[in-house]
Design a protein around this ligand. Structure first.
Ligand code: SAH
Length: 343
């Protein structure tokens, strides 16, 4: 038995043909699953008894178990889901002026070992299956269904490195993006990577319209390697080369995420280095306040310094945004809720 959420529209079409059914039923099935949010094959009233019987023999539909849910004063909701094997993953629902956004996890734990991040406190247990990534988005949409709202954006910025689980993440995004699936536009889907160059190279060739975000956090190799071990394997020169190649193949603007770490990466020196690094790229920097992780010594930059850094970047002609802080009264940092639960 297999979760039906693991199948793309094309997979269902192939399955149907293999079992002597017409391929067009795949669209009906997808609509039942993702538009009407069916929880049982028996609800699929425009399918034949025979087809429903066949589907039941091979697949199941199941929700994730909600192990914990925290609600922030600003409306941010954080979910801790339990998977079939008992593994725990986090997803976050955020409310922006432009709509509802779900942040989903791509792995159980993470092996990238970034010095400031709570996800790496627990090593990677396994990759998430496509079905488990789709299910996180569906669960968040089910939550919104209670209020009559629609999920409009997906960011793959939860626990895990999406390009370390490339195939499953891409399959999940194709189901989420499908007009018969969750119908979230490609330009409303963002994938964030710590800078795995082979993944970026692969992604560049696919010509997908998803947004690509790079967790930069430091503009020189010495500092970046001290914060992000991945930089030792793929230093900035290699990373920037891959990104320039991506930019030449895709006419898309790149996002560079930049955590504001007090006294670490928020001085004038870094502004000059960033200017040099991003020269000629169609990109902008998204400054992110750091969510305190109790096990780590890092602090977020003071508001005053954050604004100064922001202004300096602007004055130097760098496109920059300052991310609003969401859910900092709950365990909103990546991996925090899960780490606290497992303690
Ligand atoms: N592995 C991917 C995606 C998951 S992390 C990546 O590295 O991009 C998503 C983003 O959250 C990254 O930019 C990451 O550096 C950042 N992040 C990690 N811990 C954080 C914290 N405590 N506060 C704020 N952002 C954090």
């Amino acid at each position: 038995m297999r979760s039906i959420y693991d199948l793309s529209l094309k997979d269902i079409e192939n399955y149907l043909l293999l079992h002597d059914f017409k391929a067009f039923h795949a669209k009906q099935i997808f609509r039942w699953l993702y538009h009407k949010r069916a929880s049982d094959f028996d609800q699929m009233s425009d399918l034949s008894k025979k087809l429903i019987g066949q589907l039941k023999e091979d697949f199941y539909i199941s929700d994730l178990k909600i192990r914990d849910k925290q609600v922030s004063k600003d409306g941010t909701k954080k979910f801790l889901f339990e998977l079939e094997d008992g593994a725990l993953v986090e997803s976050v629902l955020m409310i922006f002026e432009y709509g509802f956004s779900a942040c989903v996890s791509s792995q159980v734990g993470c092996n990238m070992g970034c010095a400031f991040c709570a996800s790496g406190l627990l090593k990677k247990q396994r990759d998430l299956k496509a079905e488990e990534i789709v299910s996180q988005a569906l669960m968040v949409q089910r939550e919104l269904d209670n209020e009559g709202n629609r999920l409009g954006n997906i960011v793959v910025m939860g626990t895990g490195e999406p390009f370390d689980n490339y195939d499953n993440v891409m399959k999940a995004m194709s189901i989420i993006n499908d007009p018969y699936g969750l119908e979230i536009g490609a330009r409303h889907i963002s994938i964030s990577t710590c800078g795995l160059v082979p993944g970026i190279e692969r992604f560049a060739k696919e010509n997908l319209q998803y947004n690509l975000a790079i967790s930069l956090h430091a503009p020189d190799d010495e500092l970046r390697s001290s914060l992000m071990p991945v930089n030792k394997a793929y230093p900035l020169a290699e990373l920037m080369k891959a990104l320039k190649n991506y930019a030449s193949l895709n006419n898309r603007r790149l996002t560079f995420e930049y955590l504001l770490l007090k006294g670490v990466n928020d001085s004038e020196k870094q502004v000059k280095q960033l200017k040099e690094l991003l020269k000629g790229l169609n990109a902008y920097i998204n400054l992110i306040p750091y969510n305190k992780v109790s096990e780590k010594d890092f602090e977020t930059s003071s508001e005053e310094n954050a604004l100064r850094f922001y202004d300096l970047l602007k004055k130097n002609g760098i496109a920059v945004t300052l991310r609003q802080k969401k859910g900092d009264d709950i365990d909103a940092a990546c991996g925090q809720l899960r780490a606290n639960k497992l303690k």
